[in-house]
Design a protein around this ligand. Sequence first.
Ligand SMILES: NC(=O)c1ccc[n+]([C@@H]2O[C@H](COP(=O)([O-])OP(=O)(O)OC[C@H]3O[C@@H](n4cnc5c(N)ncnc54)[C@H](OP(=O)(O)O)[C@@H]3O)[C@@H](O)[C@H]2O)c1
Length: 362
Amino acid sequence: MFRSLLRSNPRLTVLRNHITPPLVNQFIQIRTMSVPATMKAVVVEETGGPEVLKFKTSYPVPTPRAGELLVRNNISGVNYIDTYFRTGLYPAPKPEVLGREGAGIVAAVGPQTSGFQVGDRVAWLSTGGYAEYTAVPIAQTAKIPDGISDEDIMASFLSGLTVLAFAKEAYPVQKGDWVLLHAAAGGAGFLMTQILKSIGANVIGTAGGAEKCALVKSLGADVVIDYRSEEDKDWVKKVKEATGGRGVDVVYDSVGKDTWEGSLEAVKRKGTIVWFGNASGPVPPLPLAKLTPKCVKVARPSLFGYIQTREEFEYYTNELFNLLKSGQLKTKIHKIYPLEDIAQVHKDLEGRKTMGKPLLKP
Ligand SMILES: NC(=O)c1ccc[n+]([C@@H]2O[C@H](COP(=O)([O-])OP(=O)(O)OC[C@H]3O[C@@H](n4cnc5c(N)ncnc54)[C@H](OP(=O)(O)O)[C@@H]3O)[C@@H](O)[C@H]2O)c1
């Protein structure tokens, strides 16, 4: 705009002839938002434990390419999936700035990129959220409606879209269904319990410890099982008792290694298991014949598989925004950690110390 102003106004010819390109660029940046050359970021150079999360104070700010925005993150979400990329369970090129989601302000718009402008408040799904700035594709970026805080959106964006998509498409939950949900007090579980209850399902939630179980109960779960307690460690028996010996219509299992066999026992004949995470380690290769006696169906979904098109992304983001705005979906933030404490966040997540969603303040 500054360049075209110079071009269109003859009185500014002198100025135009004497302004050097770097100075023009500087003006253009001031008209938009000044972006520093370096930023704070957490970088993983090699896979490993929480100690490989390296806090840097002068990491280069990325440049948005065509179809991208540069977002100055106000708050970022920490998800269990981040630990998989850290350990290498999910391979990704390193060095890598982890973090699959953020909320903040558009600081710059890449070339040939429309629909967004500098200053827009947005939430995005991509990679690189453990940083002050992230270059993100517009395909999975949404403007945050007025009335929803950045904190509320980060406590529910990746996790909320996941549970909405999985309750509708991985298995279409119906009113009256019996549903077993593991880790029901976690970032995704806290939201899933509410969504399942709003559909009218009967929810059996598992969680580790009295405090987590009380939280799940407060959300309206019909049966809550402390699967780490001595009393409830035979949680399959409890599920069978609750369902009159029949088993549940569907299991949502994100714990994986420690629960997969029990989940197979707890599901009813012709039931469905949605395995969607590896909090305790991945489900080992499963002989298909194990599904035969009860004619069990298995899904192994990923959120990103359900929101690949802009239409799909907008469908679920609009549903989430409406639920948040109307107050029908509550969020729970475990704690907002400063960026430099990221190793502690991973330790807390993997140590099963979090309830609801941990967030990061870049
Ligand atoms: N497929 C997808 O697209 C997708 C998308 C989002 C999330 N997910 C999956 O959903 C799950 C939840 O994600 P989240 O970010 O919301 O995490 P989270 O549920 O807040 O944290 C994981 C929870 O898993 C439980 N857990 C059971 N055994 C564990 C073990 N050995 N080590 C650590 N935790 C254990 C813990 O709850 P208790 O103490 O109550 O047992 C822990 O709090 C993860 O498995 C994640 O990968 C998948």
